[in-house]
Design a protein around this ligand. Structure first.
Ligand code: ME8
Length: 506
């Protein structure tokens, strides 16, 4: 069996998650589900990034230990992912002993290879972002270029990672492997960044202790980013699955952390003599009115409230359809409601409802054998199969929103097929019994195919459709490319509403 390994970033438990985090995890989930459907053995990892001064300070402010502070937040992450039907195979917490062990092992290995040394660090540190900056990188107010908050000058004995040594090898790897950093805009940015020169990276701190101790020098804790990126191999090393799943197929990350994943992490892997991930995909941000969601800006959308109101599948559909992967996308409640009403309640919901209703009414819920197909029937069938094949091509090249769109194009085609063939008219004409059977069979079969194609995006809706069609819950992608798998004489179920229309208060 072929293997596939995909990760999301591990999220900071410093604030509640918003719909922007759910966006990243939903994309990864859709890809993971698609790969399972296509016959891969998949490992899908997400988790929480729990160390660092910022967490320690937040815990202190509440008179808690860091773990007491993060535990309930991390429980909320896990709850949220359940609500979103996220099918992760593991959840890594950087505070777990299994992670500490691997981080120390990698630290030792890189140090033994001569790429970690002790020195004196004086620099500018942004605590909220856990990032060091040089004078040149600061914004026009001398603040952090990412979050625009003040940076602190720190001076301390510290360990350094010889990042500069890997600049040429990294550049060569990025230039030789066009698929390594996607999209191209991010790849070009990283090439420019490396060409400006890489400095060695300070990877330890002594001014606080909430972190993984440096092996053999416990006054130091390891820099949170050095610790965090190693999460991607922790579960594999602990379960002897490195050979099976490493290197990762995709690290999916937001655009602002591409640098950590395409420069620091690969250099660390080179220094530890480990292979590099195959791809780092930098997705865009979910914005509200053009602005990135953030707690401080007060424009966050709470994913829990949203799921409770609209259901996970509707939100997943919206996120995956509306936003082209790699670009920023706007989140708006109005646009979400519009999509639910037009695409889900109307296009998909009606197709299922009309089809089952007619099979019930005209053929006592029984599918009859299809025979003597008309040209229209044949071209409709061909379109179903072509859609499934095109879907595979788009998903294989991670064009998620285009993949969703072609499924909905086919759903539109199926609704039009009903209007063109007018089964209610065929039902009134005894000589048209065969054609009626053909049309109803084709519609039921196309819904079976649709249920397979939407399953990576809308897993619970896919199951609801199958329940109503009364077909097996287990299909593979190949089953979408072969038309005619429903048995004739199969009895379908009663139509139930898939998505209620949302009434909009003017
Ligand atoms: O960066 N739209 O954690 P984090 C889309 N712990 N994505 C968004 C977003 C938005 N509005 N807001 C945040 C970290 N994200 C580190 C990662 S990995 C070894 C360590 C995305 O909780 C953001 O782009 O600040 C990032 O990829 C992810 O959420 C985690 O953000």
């Amino acid at each position: 069996m072929k293997n596939f390994y995909i990760t999301t970033p591990i999220y900071y438990p410093s604030a509640n998650l918003h719909i922007g985090h759910a966006y990243c995890t939903t994309i990864a989930d859709a890809i993971a589900r698609y790969k399972r459907l296509a016959g891969y053995e998949v490992f899908f990892l997400t988790g929480s990034d729990e160390h660092g001064q910022k967490i320690q300070r937040s815990a202190q402010a509440q008179n808690k230990t860091p773990l007491e502070y993060v535990d309930p937040i991390v429980d909320n992450f896990k709850e949220l992912w359940k609500k979103f039907h996220i099918s992760n195979d593991d959840f890594i917490r950087t505070s777990e002993p299994r992670h500490e062990k691997v981080v120390q092992e990698i630290f030792r290995r890189i140090r033994d290879n001569g790429d970690i040394y002790k020195g004196e660090y004086t620099g500018l540190y942004c605590t909220p972002c856990e990032s060091y900056w040089t004078e040149l990188q600061l914004d026009e107010n001398g603040c952090c270029p990412d979050c625009h908050r003040p940076v602190e000058k720190v001076s301390e004995e510290a360990y350094f990672f010889k990042l500069s040594k890997y600049a040429d090898a990294l550049l060569k790897h990025i230039e030789d492997n066009p698929e390594f950093i996607v999209p191209t805009s991010r790849r070009n940015e990283m090439i420019q960044f490396i060409k400006r020169g890489l400095e060695d990276l300070c990877i330890s701190r002594t001014s606080f202790d909430w972190g993984i101790p440096v092996p053999d020098d416990e006054r130091h804790v390891i820099y949170v980013w050095f610790d965090a990126v190693i999460n991607y191999i922790t579960p594999l090393i602990n379960s002897n699955k490195m050979e099976k799943f490493w290197p990762a197929d995709i690290h999916l990350v937001g655009k602002e952390i591409v640098r950590f994943h395409t420069i620091i992490w690969p250099a660390m892997l080179m220094a530890a003599n480990l292979p590099l991930p195959k791809q780092i995909y930098g997705h865009g941000w979910l914005v509200t009115d053009g602005d990135k969601m953030s707690k401080s800006k007060g424009n966050v959308v709470d994913p829990v409230a949203l799921v409770e109101e609209f259901g996970a599948d509707a939100i997943r559909y919206f996120l995956l359809r509306e936003i082209t992967l790699g670009l920023d996308g706007n989140f708006s409640r109005d646009a979400l409601i519009q999509r639910i009403n037009a695409d889900l309640a109307n296009d998909l919901g009606n197709l299922l409802h009309r089809t089952l209703n007619m099979i019930g009414k005209f053929q006592k819920k029984i599918l009859l054998p299809a025979n003597d197909l008309t040209d229209l029937d044949k071209s409709f069938r061909a379109e179903a199969v072509d859609t499934a094949k095109e879907f595979r091509r788009l998903m294989d090249s991670v064009q998620l929103s285009d993949a969703v769109k072609i499924v909905w194009k086919f759903i539109g085609r199926a609704n039009k097929y009903i209007d063109e063939t007018m089964p209610w008219k065929l039902a009134k004409d005894e000589s048209q019994r065969q054609e009626l059977a053909n049309v109803l069979y084709n519609l039921a079969e196309s819904l079976r195919i649709v249920s397979i194609l939407i399953s990576p995006f809308m897993p619970s809706t896919a199951l609801k459709i199958r329940e109503q069609l009364k077909v097996s819950a287990e299909f593979k992608l190949d089953d979408a490319e072969i038309f005619g798998q429903l048995e004739s004489n199969h009895e379908v179920g009663k139509p139930e509403q898939l998505f209620p229309r949302i009434l909009v208060d003017k």
